[in-house]
Write a protein that binds this ligand. Structure first.
Ligand code: GRF
Length: 225
């Protein structure tokens, strides 16, 4: 059983997609704890699903080290195998990233390596980009930089503004994040670490369970964005 922690800072729509997917019990994965760095709207989604939640309020700690020490305690307490960042607005320290190397994944609203950091939709629009999208990647000490596990491309339309584009990308986020969890739990994807090096192996195959609007097959190599 893959024991997941989901870390959030805000509304939690990606969290909700992971809750809905894992609640089907189609794969041996479940969310054992949802942690937030401040009071976050998304915590109510976890509570409604009967999942343990905890606020580790960054503003109560003098520095990042003290905050992360408490985060680690909560993660160890919950005996988690995998940490899913889902709109978690904190940069984790290199030590934290190394401690959990290969065990932290993130969803980012761009086709990485394009548009690391914040404000991705507006930056893509300002650049006149033809395409945008979302990525699930492994977290490493460099921001939004770890190996990419899955991406989905979205076409930018002439009439798009930040709101319409971010909404279309978010719809795809809600598919690829559960798909990655399904593929990890079904061993279609394996993340290996060897002396600080990451290796990602994948096999094509059907993803167990149902993800609304998603083709239930993961294909590798992924079509180029
Ligand atoms: C998403 O766009 C995610 O890609 C980014 O932050 C946003 C979180 O949204 N990292 P939500 O809280 O999951 O609704």
């Amino acid at each position: 059983m893959l024991r997941l922690a989901v870390l959030i800072s805000g509304r939690g729509s990606n969290l909700q997609s992971l809750i809905a997917y894992t609640a089907q019990n189609a794969v041996p994965a479940h969310i054992v704890t949802v942690l937030a760095d401040k009071p976050a709207a998304g915590l109510a989604l976890a509570e409604a699903a009967g999942i343990e939640t905890k606020i580790i309020d960054r503003s109560l700690y003098p520095d990042r080290q003290a905050f992360e020490d408490h985060l680690i305690l909560a993660l160890e307490d919950a005996k988690v195998d995998m940490i899913c960042l889902a709109g978690f607005m904190r940069i984790l320290s290199p030590d934290f990233c190394r401690r959990y190397l290969g065990k932290i994944i993130n969803i980012h609203p761009s086709l990485l390596p394009n548009y690391k950091g914040l404000n991705t939709h507006q930056r893509a629009l300002d650049d006149g980009a033809k395409h945008h999208g979302c990525s699930v990647h492994i977290v490493t000490p460099a921001l939004d930089d770890g190996p990419i596990i899955a991406q989905h491309k979205v076409e930018i339309k002439a009439a798009d503004d930040q709101n319409s584009l971010s909404a279309r990308v978010l719809t795809e986020e809600h598919k690829i994040y559960p798909a990655v969890i399904g593929a990890l739990a079904a061993h279609l994807i394996t993340i290996k670490t060897d002396q600080g090096q990451l290796r990602l192996d994948h096999t094509s195959g059907p993803i167990p369970g149902y993800i609304p609007g998603m083709e239930h097959h993961m294909q590798w190599p992924m079509p180029a964005p």
